[in-house]
Design a protein around this ligand. Sequence first.
Ligand SMILES: [Zn+2]
Length: 370
Amino acid sequence: MIETKIKLNQSQMKRDFDYLHANAETAFNEVKTTEYLAGELDNMGITYERFDHMTGLIATLGSGHPVIGMRADIDALKQHYQGKTGVFHSCGHDAHMTIVLAVARYFQENPQELSGTLKLIFQPAEETVTGAEKVIKSGKLGKLDYLYGLHVCPESEVADHQAEPIILDAATRTLWVTIKGRTAHAGKPQLGANVIDAFSEINQQLRQISLDTAEPYSVTATMFHAGESSNIVPDNGTFALDYRTRTNELMAVLQEKIFAILKGVEKDGIQITIDGNDFSPAAIPSEKAIANMKTAIVNVLGQSGLVEPVVTPGGDDFHFYAYDKAAKNSTMLGLGCGLKPGLHIPAMTFNHDAILAGARMMIDAVRVTK
Ligand SMILES: [Zn+2]
């Protein structure tokens, strides 16, 4: 272990966490959160740039190459809990921000330990899977040689005092679809085009999709609405599909099959329109970034702290940075922290000492990136 003591300002980190935790805000509404982050960066004397019409900011330290990015997601979730509706950091983004602020503080005080440029991205709207692409499109980020991110992991995936050097998120896509048909009297169905029949045919074919892979994948119809009267052939319906694959390549193959099925039922008065399409790419593994993260994990937690990545069906818009070629090499630290009962549950708790270990690993990942 070369790391041993990365000195952190623990009382400041506790203040950061407590404020951010108590002031949770939803996607693109992270106004107080952004103000707090800007204020802390001002206190540190670190320059940053805000986005033109959106919350969040990018802070920059150092200069030259490599250009190393680090992302913290800053939004929270609106949820119902204990009889009240509120906004909660039930996905742990308060911990992510606290860690990345600690990284900023560390390299501001120890600039000789940073090779190149460090860009800290405080990104809005991860939960709606839309923030990352807006950051990229803002043109304020530029090209990164490396990008590191992190997420707290449920105890069921990664145990406390352990970490994985990549989070193997799946590619996930949701389609919102409208089916139009032709109405008729229920007693004369041959005169109509029944959207329920069309949806049944689609769903049956979706369930027969078979991809040539050993990797897990799924195609699931998650919503279907049609019909208003029990004696009329329905001519209007909507449905949603959720589909997931391990890789972006497989997602392209699966998507083509789904589109062919939708096209195939467009006959005899049935019309299909795709109304919406949400996508989040799968993790794109980078050997170099993973090697750096492994080194950081072992330096901070010891060899026993490094665990093999777990396959998850979850998604994160972090992977857009690599998918859209804004970052050459990227990976996310999966931080074990005794998190129970799970993410997106307002009663979620975790061991706050893991915030210190997480900050040390993210700092060390930057130190070993040359
Ligand atoms: Zn999250």
